[in-house]
Each structure stands twice: as structure tokens, then as C-alpha cells.
Design a binder for this molecule. Structure first.
Ligand SMILES: NC(=O)c1ccc[n+]([C@@H]2O[C@H](COP(=O)([O-])OP(=O)(O)OC[C@H]3O[C@@H](n4cnc5c(N)ncnc54)[C@H](O)[C@@H]3O)[C@@H](O)[C@H]2O)c1
Length: 258
């Protein structure tokens, strides 16, 4: 894939899946905008990808995607720095897991604010720049938890909301030659899933037909494809990157394959 004349912004790219997505864009020649909460993380990611924070193809900005003013300032900085934007990847996301009966309003709101409202704010504020691109792309990070998951009412609702937003924007923005898609990862090895107990980890991995956790690279490759020219006729799609976890099972799990 070639992103040589493209500028790509990835939110939450100081670590994990976002950092790998940024690395893929950089490797394919794009100008890359690293975005995360803290300067230290942003600088470290820029340094890791470019070898130097001053590399002219990489720019890093701090931003809280849940804060409207912060997002407004981010896109003003991107316009000032690169003058254009072709690809927006809404990757920043958090979890605050707990059973619904004990879920506080604060933890509900925090997750919705970052995962769903943050995606809305970046799409809304980034639109003016993306519309000017000859082939604008938005890729949103959802999750297989969008289908429901015990202990994740807030997270599941936010990621289902991301899918609804993705499909609606795909319809509304197609006439700008823009595509809007989502990637829904399953169980991916990052700091987010390191917080999960060993028991829960085993429970999930036992269910994965591929019999392994995913890597950030597995997800980043799907995002890069959807952001590329090769995916110009794909829009409003949700690509599951989960080793087959989402596929309905036809037989009881104990039936051995021949
Ligand atoms: N890891 C998984 O198994 C998995 C599965 C499904 C979906 N996802 C989704 O993929 C995305 C990346 O997940 P990850 O595992 O790399 O997570 P991670 O926790 O390793 O990284 C998330 C990044 O987002 C940043 N961030 C958090 N809140 C932010 C905010 N308000 N503004 C800006 N940046 C913020 C964090 O600082 C961090 O760098 C998330 O949207 C997550 O929900 C992950």
C-alpha cells in the first residue's frame, strides 16, 4: 500500500493499536499525526516511529478527544502544520468495566464521552479538512463488544454507537468521495487487555477459533487497507478482526473437528 501523498491522523496513538496503525502509515510513506492525552507519550511515539521527534513527516499533538475545545485546537494545529488531512482514524478508547447493577453514572459517562462523543467530535471537527481531500477516509475503532458483553454495558453501548455513527456518515459523506468504515477487534494483546484477569483472558482465548490473541498489527493492517485506494468502493462496513470469534457456532464447542 502506498500513502505517499496522504496525511493520516490517528487518535490514541501513543501506544497499543493506535501506535501500530501510525507505524503502518509511516512505513507506507504517509505524513502522520500522532494524537494522545500526554506530551510524554506523544513525543515517545513520534520518536519511536520517526527515529526523531523532528522528522518532518511526523507531527504530534496532545488532545483529549472527549473535550470539544481540545479537538477544535487539534484540527486547527493540523491545518497549520500540514495544511491538509486525508485519513482520520478514531482509535482513542477506554474501558471502565463493571456489572451494570454497580456501574456508576461517572463510569458510564466517561466511557461514552471518550469512545463515542470523542469519535463524533473528531469526525465533526475534521470534516472541513477531510472534505477537501480527493479521497477522504474515516476509520473508526469499534469492538466485538458492540454485540453485548457482560461487565461492559458502557463500553458495549459506546462501540455499538460508533457503528451507527459510521454507517450514517458513510451515507452522508459518500458524495464527497469519502468512505467511512469501522474495524471491530476481538481480543488483542495491548495494555487495555493486560488489565483483564487471567481467568477472563483464558475464558476469551478458549473461545477464539484461531486459538490466539490478536496483535496490534493484525488490526492495523485492516485499518490501513480500509484507508487505502484499494478500498475505495467499501463504505459503511464493519470489519471484524477477531480470529473468528464473532462467527456463530453451529455445533456445541465440545464437538471435535474431523
Ligand atoms: N485491545 C483490545 O482487545 C481491543 C478490542 C476491541 C477494541 N479495541 C479498541 O481499539 C482501540 C485501541 O485500543 P488499545 O487496546 O490499543 O488501547 P490502549 O489502552 O492500549 O490505548 C488507547 C490509547 O488511547 C489514549 N486515550 C485514552 N483516552 C483518550 C482521550 N480522551 N483522548 C485522547 N487519547 C486518549 C490512551 O492514552 C492510549 O494511548 C480502542 O478504541 C479500543 O476500544 C481494543
Amino acid at each position: 500500500m502506498n500513502f505517499q501523498d496522504r496525511t493520516a491522523l490517528v487518535t490514541g496513538s501513543a501506544q497499543g493499536i493506535g501506535l501500530e496503525i501510525a507505524r503502518q502509515f509511516d512505513t507506507a510513506g504517509a505524513r502522520v499525526v500522532i494524537v494522545d492525552l500526554f506530551q510524554e507519550g506523544v513525543d515517545a511515539a513520534c520518536k519511536e516511529i520517526a527515529g526523531s521527534v523532528d522528522d518532518e513527516r511526523i507531527a504530534g499533538f496532545t488532545c483529549d478527544v472527549a473535550d470539544s475545545d481540545s479537538v477544535w485546537a487539534l484540527f486547527r494545529s493540523v491545518k497549520g502544520h500540514f495544511g491538509k488531512l486525508d485519513i482520520l482514524v478514531n482509535n482513542a478508547g477506554i474501558t471502565r468495566d463493571g456489572l451494570f447493577a454497580r456501574m456508576t453514572f461517572e463510569s458510564w459517562k466517561k466511557v461514552i464521552d471518550v469512545n463515542l462523543t470523542g469519535t463524533y467530535l473528531c469526525c465533526r471537527q475534521g470534516l472541513a479538512l477531510l472534505r477537501k481531500s480527493p479521497a477522504g477516509r474515516i476509520v473508526n475503532l469499534s469492538s466485538i463488544s458492540a454485540n453485548g458483553n457482560i461487565g461492559q454495558a458502557n463500553y458495549s453501548a459506546s462501540k455499538a454507537g460508533v457503528i451507527g455513527l459510521t454507517k450514517t456518515l458513510a451515507l452522508e459523506l459518500a458524495h464527497y468521495n469519502m468512505t467511512v468504515n469501522a474495524v471491530a477487534p476481538g481480543f488483542i494483546d495491548t495494555k487495555m487487555t493486560q488489565a483483564v484477569s487471567d481467568e477472563a483472558r483464558k475464558h476469551w482465548l478458549d473461545k477464539v477459533p484461531a486459538k490466539r490473541a490478536g496483535t496490534p498489527l493484525d488490526v492495523a493492517r485492516a485499518v490501513a487497507f480500509l484507508a487505502s485506494d484499494k478500498a475505495s468502493y467499501i463504505t459503511g462496513e464493519v470489519v471484524e478482526v477477531d480470529g473468528g470469534l464473532h462467527v456463530p457456532k453451529r455445533f456445541p464447542a465440545r464437538v471435535e473437528q474431523a
